[in-house]
Design a protein around this ligand. Structure first.
Ligand SMILES: [Zn+2]
Length: 278
């Protein structure tokens, strides 16, 4: 179940920040950043360096010099040349380093939504609390890093498959065996091999080719393992000489073996045209 995205207490505001913490090699860092939007429990920022999932960072409001600690929930835009956009959750919600007084929550207004998430390694399906910032990350990069009791460690989680793959093929047989179940197919697939650029939200990008394309999405060959539900940006067809619009979509089906096709359904009607219209 995809929780409703609430924007009621969100403030769109640009505040210059510095973000500091410790990188994966244990070295302290400090980088420039700015807010994109804020709410009482967290914010979206644009930062000039990559951050790690689950990492605790200190933000300093460069206008008021107030500081507080935040936890990195995940990326909300693909990392490009080291810079990216990230959702952060406040670890000290009462510190209010922005100097903004948010209205008190109505008793009828639950602070957190719930969503049915699936561990992408062991396929455990659990109804979990999803904070507003986690919902932001699920809606964009598609994956959260959460502790899985069955796996015994932090694993990637996304919305349970039925919800993200609605209208998209759910297995390889269905994907390629169009004649057997024509009524379940939303769109005709045509076998069309075009160069495509696929970009994830963690700095990864590959140039590969489509296997087949429909109005609802495309299927492509890849050596990269993408998780079901993971957000990807696709340029199709890809021409390095031209500026192209990237289409966002969650991965719907992946196969573990090398060079297996992946399927990416289009998430919204407008992006459908940019995949298939050119
Ligand atoms: Zn698991």
């Amino acid at each position: 179940m995809q929780p409703e995205r609430r924007h009621s207490d969100r403030v769109m505001l640009t505040i210059p920040l510095s973000v500091s913490g410790v990188d994966s090699q244990g070295r302290p860092f400090e980088a420039d950043a700015r807010t994109i939007s804020l709410n009482r429990n967290g914010l979206l920022i644009e930062a000039a360096r990559p951050l790690r999932l689950g990492q605790v960072v200190r933000l300093t409001n460069q206008l008021g010099r107030r500081t507080a600690e935040f936890r990195v929930v995940g990326p909300v835009a693909p990392l490009v040349e080291g810079a990216g956009q990230w959702a952060l959750e406040a670890l000290e919600p009462d510190s209010n380093i922005w100097g903004i007084k948010f209205p008190p929550l109505a008793a009828s207004e639950p602070q957190e939504a719930r969503g049915i998430l699936e561990c992408r390694l062991c396929h455990a399906v659990i109804l979990m609390r999803v904070s507003q910032m986690e919902a932001e990350v699920l809606a964009t990069s598609g994956l959260l890093s959460k502790h899985c009791a069955a796996c015994g460690r932090e694993t990637p989680w996304s919305y349970a498959e039925k919800h993200i793959a609605m209208g998209a093929p759910t297995d390889e047989t269905e994907m390629f065996d169009a004649a057997s179940q024509p009524s379940r197919r939303k769109h005709e697939r045509v076998s069309l091999q075009l160069p495509i650029l696929v970009r994830d939200f963690y700095g990864g990008a590959e140039i590969t080719r489509s296997e087949n394309i429909s109005k609802g999405g495309l299927c492509f060959a890849s050596d990269v393992v993408y998780h079901v539900g993971q957000g990807l940006r696709v340029v199709c067809p890809y021409n390095p000489a031209s500026q192209a619009i990237e289409t966002s979509a969650p991965a719907a089906t992946t196969c573990p073996r090398s060079n297996a096709p992946s399927a990416v359904p289009d998430s919204t009607a407008p992006t459908t045209q940019s995949v298939t219209g050119r």
